[in-house]
Ligand binder design. Sequence first.
Ligand code: HH2
Length: 307
Amino acid sequence: MRGGRVGRARRRGWLSGDAMAGRRGVLRPSSLRLKDGRRIRFPAVTAVLNVTPDSFSDGGLYLDARRAVERGLELAAAGADIVEVGAESTRPGAAAVAVEEELARLVPVLEGLGSRLKVPISVDTRKAEVARRALALGAAVVNDVSGLRFDPAMAAVAAQAKAAVVLMHMRGTPATMGRMARYRDVVAEVKSELAARARMAVRCGIRADRILLDPGFGFAKKAADNLKLLRGLPQLCRLGYPIMVGVSRKRFLRRIAGSADAALSGATVAASLLAVLAGASLVRVHEPGPAAAALKVVRAWRALGAV
Ligand code: HH2
């Protein structure tokens, strides 16, 4: 592990796998550099702000643009490294939203956050036109739950804007994905499908160091598949891209811990922490405060090195 490959990787700011990942030689970037020069140091917290009537966790709470802007500022103050704004629910069975409607929800919020938000903005959309407008309004990251499959124009928009891109694994669409959770080896299959999405993104001109991958917890996955993916994250890390994990308040955690608010919050922090210890670089959560505090503990623990 001291040879040329690791030496080169260290100079480029890459990390080798940690003790929990259990694999020497697993290399992944230690940070993400955004188009404006800002750097997100890993592990980091992406906080969710849904300006929708129907999102499963915060649907209907922030449809009013002023309340949404306040919430965005609150999320940053609570420890979010990135605030992610979404205007179309992708919960199982959700109906698609037209571009005009998605923009009508999103644009006033992005304009309102504008220079007031000190952390980078990510936009959660599958549509190229929505991404294009959001990037023009200052967003630096595009999170596409379809992994660039939904809109053929998305890759070019992201490439041209030099956006960082989260490619999430899903099969089908939110309306059909429930029928598509059929795997013989969920970790191997998600890994190879994500690798294919990353290759496609690079072919379309998106630089490899701007790509993040996400196994898509709850998207075309049964409860057991989600748990296996959580355990199997070190294998996904071997792809060499930073991994984002969005387990926050999801149904498989409800089945384990129950639906009471405190149970869901605790389960979210526990699962996010397990993900980071298994090699994930970013956790996507609805409550950034507890997640950011948990990551501080991870950093302090890692800083000790071997004892
Ligand atoms: N989960 C949701 C939405 N977008 N993006 C990524 N990369 N990873 C995820 O796990 C993920 C995601 C679902 O959560 P939420 O945004 O709260 O709900 P809804 O889609 O109903 O708005």
